[in-house]
Design a protein around this ligand. Structure first.
Ligand code: 5GP
Ligand code: ZN
Length: 114
């Protein structure tokens, strides 16, 4: 069995606050939200990071983007906007090695990141 925490969430082996699910992806609220709305979208398949996206699985990114836009609209974020973040590797600040996109919204988000 995989030791990956996001695989466990994707397969319902540990509880999470799931807000959307289909055959390819799961979206759930971040356990440590950094903004009024902060959810994560992950593929069900274990892909360690965005570095592992290639010709064979690139369509997944388009699907994830559509899922993000749909949930963001449902949560009323489409008017004021939102931020999609993907952290890749140590310098990118990735702490969980299963591809995930953060979606943050509900307040003004400053830029640039630290
Ligand atoms: P990263 O730093 O890898 O870009 O983001 C990992 C994110 O996953 C963090 O925002 C962290 O709060 C979230 N996270 C880590 N473990 C869990 C968990 O067990 N459940 C949920 N819902 N979020 C988690
Ligand atoms: Zn995984």
């Amino acid at each position: 069995m995989s030791e990956c925490i996001f695989c466990k969430i994707a397969h319902g082996e540990i509880p999470s606050d799931i807000i959307y699910e289909d055959d390819k992806v799961v979206a759930f609220n971040d356990i440590e939200p950094q903004s009024p709305v902060h959810f994560l979208v992950i593929p069900k398949e274990h892909i360690p990071s965005i570095k592992n996206i290639d010709e064979d699985n690139a369509s997944l990114i388009g699907h994830i983007t559509m899922v993000i836009n749909s949930i963001a609209k449902e949560k009323g974020l489409d008017k004021d906007g939102y931020r999609i973040v993907n952290n890749c590797g140590e310098h990118g600040g990735q702490t969980v090695e299963h591809l995930h996109f953060h979606v943050l919204g509900g307040r003004y988000l400053s830029w640039p990141p630290g």
